[in-house]
Design a protein around this ligand. Sequence first.
Ligand code: HEM
Length: 493
Amino acid sequence: MQMVILLLDVLNLFLIGAVTLAWVLLWVFKRSFISASPCNKHCVPPGNSGFPLVGETLAFVRAYSGPYGVYDFVRTRHLKYGDCFRTEIFGKTHVFISRSKVAKSLLGSESLNFSKRYIKSIGELLGKESMLCSSHEHHAFLRHHVSNLFALDSFASFAEYFDELTVQILEEWKRKEHIVVFDEAMELTFRAICKMIMSLDDEEELKRLQHDIFLITEAMLSFPLRFPGTRFYKGLKARKRVMNALREMISSRRKNFENKRDFLQFLLATNQSEKKDEELLNDDQIVDNILTLIIAGQVTTASAITWMVRYLDEHAEVQDKLRMFSISICLNQEMQLGFKYKCSDITMAPGTLNEMQYASKVVKETLRMATVVSWFPREALKDCQIEEFQIKKGWIVNVDARGIHYDSTIYNDPTKFIPLRFDDDPKPYTFLAFGAGGRTCLGMNLAKIMMLVFLHRLVTTYRWEVTDKDWRQEKWAMFPRLRNGCPINVIAV
Ligand code: HEM
């Protein structure tokens, strides 16, 4: 009997060994076949499948916590395999492609072969009605309603309010010893967006909401563990508090008619109109999308503002030219009015913003170089072909916007900060800072206003020096940003 058991054990071991060996051989074969074969037509993109089961997840995670940010994972593979490559991350096949023609076909018409891809935990934190995570048909309905916030007449009052806030915050800098641009920009963008959406200016409420939004954003890249103490759990709890606060606000507005001129009031007024229920946003849709707007708008714009300050510190000649143009706008107004007045008295009307043509090029060049949203993921809904490459159902195809922005066949000297390269409009699908097609950033014009107003006020109020020139990026950041937040010293001009 013992002999039989021993034989069975040996047989078992032999079988396990054979299966493992076959698996390893298959993996080695796949690796060398995929990365070595030249592609003519109908082939899978080149790349490395990484290790069995985990693929290249560890390298991806390492890049997230490294000094150059997560995009370094994409950059190094782009250099090795070219402008289209394949990898395996978190059990999914990802393709990264940095060809503007492909960006057009994938984003332009919101191809029916692809749908927007988002991480499940992000979907849970933003809510199932969030426009960022919704399916094709539902997205069109939500976007149509939410885009009312971005009607032109609301921009004028937004610009004025953002300007007031900026002047106030820059005034405080005179008394501050330590200024960290990212922290200041986060405060500024948060307050401005909350004011525009729901007229929120109560200090206590703002502080509470800002803290909860911070917890939700922190949870977005965490492992979705629902145990007390984990980041994800804290994020979910914070979401619950934010939802409760927003619902309370809606119910109080319904009870006491308050004539506020903001996005929330606009939605509630529409709800009281004669439209049928299915044509209106319900409360779940309103609250999920208010949260989405705050989260999509705050960190992105604050990061872009920070990069702008950093690039201008490195390029004194651009900063001087900008200051000269900004001051000349004030002088022009003085001439028109016929009396002397200070630059800080100028009002930020849309007309004034239109005059800031050089500043607008500085903003675009900052957005190109910083590419705050580095790539746009789309999931293949069926097997299909992208140029010479075969794509399988379920693969995630990422339009590599940063790769396109740094393509030397599109932009000369792409690593140099040259605002005048935007003297001419970029060709379609070569400037993707705000995405393209049906999912183009809804807050694009708001973001541009914030960057322009901030820039104008900054250069006409101060000269600055970055006190820590470290270029390393923040670990585990959703969007690329400086780890030190860009600390500066200022001197009044
Ligand atoms: C410099 C600042 C900003 C940058 C670089 C930026 C970038 C982007 C990009 C690239 C997308 C498209 C992503 C994709 O196609 O997968 C997007 C979408 C979006 N952004 Fe922005 N954004 C900025 C500011 C804002 C602001 C201020 C708001 C609103 C307050 C906002 C709201 C949105 C929304 C709601 C979407 C989803 C649109 C949809 O799916 O239809 N963004 N943003």
